[in-house]
Design a protein around this ligand. Structure first.
Ligand SMILES: NC(=O)c1ccc[n+]([C@@H]2O[C@H](COP(=O)([O-])OP(=O)(O)OC[C@H]3O[C@@H](n4cnc5c(N)ncnc54)[C@H](OP(=O)(O)O)[C@@H]3O)[C@@H](O)[C@H]2O)c1
Length: 426
């Protein structure tokens, strides 16, 4: 097969797309391209999985073997938007081995295989872009990779999952209970069919792993990144935060420490109204970048849905046409941080069975309610991130809710984030 022209048909004609997947994102992109006929992209072939499904386009527009699209030299770009990360990796890695250009939205696949995906691009010359994989239409990846490519970033944090934020907003503003508002999120199409991806924070963990590569040059195995979610949250927790003037948000944290290492984790967090994230509600996402010289940047936008995600895919297609590829400017440089060896974080822990609480080895307990006869008992103290990661599944099984309430610190001293660039150990 002759290698297809990467970014141009060479005669000004629209670039020919092979679209793999025609669900929420695939249809969103297709619809946008119909509304923008002069944008210069033509969906030439569409591959899906299920031959019996009813479709919004004539049946002859669809085929059922995605590999046939990879084998078609007339296609300029492959857009992979399927919901199966393993199959997505097989297709995308095969396409990159052919030196092809690919756009994907699949964060689970990118997070798990990023080192290999980078290697394949370098070895075979193709390009892979994936802006839609993190916070939908918020242009965070390209901004970190290009605009902030050389600037040290003390932290990147945010609300990276619209479904859990929708549930938290419903519980906070309408006083709804968790199950009711989760069902509502699913009915509205915000939540994944498997709610654990959103509610147990596996989805924002994938996004944090991807951003760590672009913000810090750090390639992480997702399994080594702590993710705590809101499956066990109750209205008592929401009230506890509200009485202190705070809201609970699921926050992904990427934070550079004074010793040069970086901490990356995702957890529910008590957030005050001095943080821009306090005001990010419903299905919206928010990203806060602290840059050493540029200061604080904040984006709020739609992290999911056919049109917002399709818009991010379109932006990648345009970037690809202009010859853009990620530079991964901080990878393999002297500034790549080590993953932080071990940190302690102040947490609120509700409803932990005695043996589990003992396993967490909480220190410096600052607040506690543990009266006999009360069904509500909680403790606020410090736990190690590594201990929380080791017992993450025990916490889920026990129905224990954990939220970050304060700073992270090294086990020897408190680390506080300063308004400016650096973090100091007291
Ligand atoms: N939905 C969002 O808002 C959003 C936002 C950001 C990122 N993403 C990511 O984008 C990707 C797609 O999500 P989605 O919500 O669009 O999924 P979806 O609505 O479930 O649609 C998935 C599509 O993939 C097709 N498919 C599955 N396996 C296939 C295979 N082996 N070959 C060809 N087609 C196959 C399905 O075919 P059938 O139609 O035949 O079932 C379906 O058309 C996922 O990785 C997701 O994490 C989604």
């Amino acid at each position: 097969m002759s290698k297809p022209s990467p970014t141009s048909t060479g005669n000004g004609a629209p670039l020919r797309l092979g679209l793999i997947g025609f669900g929420c994102v695939g249809q969103g992109l297709y619809d946008i391209l119909q509304k923008l006929p002069d944008v210069g992209f033509e969906v030439r072939r569409i591959a899906v999985k299920n031959p019996t499904k009813l479709r919004p386009l004539p049946a002859d527009r669809f085929e059922f073997h995605a590999d046939d699209l990879l084998d078609d030299p007339e296609l300029d770009v492959l857009v992979e938007v399927i919901d199966d990360p393993n199959e997505a990796f097989r297709l995308v890695s095969r396409a990159l081995r052919q030196g092809r250009n690919v756009v994907t939205a699949n964060k689970a696949m990118v997070a798990r295989h990023l080192p290999e995906l980078i290697r394949l691009q370098r070895e075979f010359g193709g390009t892979l872009l994936y802006e839609a994989a993190v916070c939908g239409s918020i242009p965070v990846i390209r901004t970190l990779d290009s605009y902030f490519g050389q600037e040290p970033l003390p932290s990147v944090s945010g609300i990276f999952n619209g479904s859990s934020n929708y549930v938290l907003t419903g519980m906070t503003t309408a006083g709804a209970d968790y199950a009711t508002v989760l069902a509502e999120a699913q009915a509205q199409g915000f939540a994944e069919t498997d709610p654990a991806l959103d509610m147990a924070a596996f989805d924002p963990r994938s996004k944090a792993v991807i951003l760590a590569a672009h913000a810090y040059g750090l390639l992480l195995n997702p399994d080594q990144v702590l993710n705590l979610g809101i499956e066990s949250i109750s209205s008592t927790d929401i009230r506890f935060a509200a009485e202190r003037g705070q809201k609970i948000k699921v926050v992904a944290t990427l934070q550079r420490l004074s010793d040069g290492s970086a901490a990356v984790f995702v957890a529910p967090q008590f957030v005050g109204d001095d943080s821009p994230l306090y005001h990010v509600e419903r299905e919206f996402n928010g990203v806060v970048v602290e840059a050493e010289f540029a200061g604080q940047h904040f984006w709020r936008g739609r992290g999911a849905g056919g049109h917002p995600t399709g818009s991010a895919v379109l932006a990648d297609l345009v970037a690809l046409r202009n010859g853009f590829r990620y530079a991964y400017p901080k990878l393999n440089t002297a500034t790549v941080p080590e993953p932080a060896a071990d940190l302690e974080v102040e947490i609120y822990l509700r409803h932990a069975p005695k043996d589990l609480r003992e396993k967490l080895h909480l220190t410096d307990v600052v607040d506690e309610l543990n009266a006999p006869g009360f069904s509500y008992h909680y403790v606020v103290g410090y736990a190690r991130l590594s201990t929380l990661l080791r017992h993450r599944d025990d916490l889920r099984r026990a129905g224990t809710f954990v939220a970050r309430t304060g700073p992270v610190r090294t086990p020897v001293g408190v680390v506080q984030q300063q308004a400016a660039a650096e973090l100091v150990v007291e």
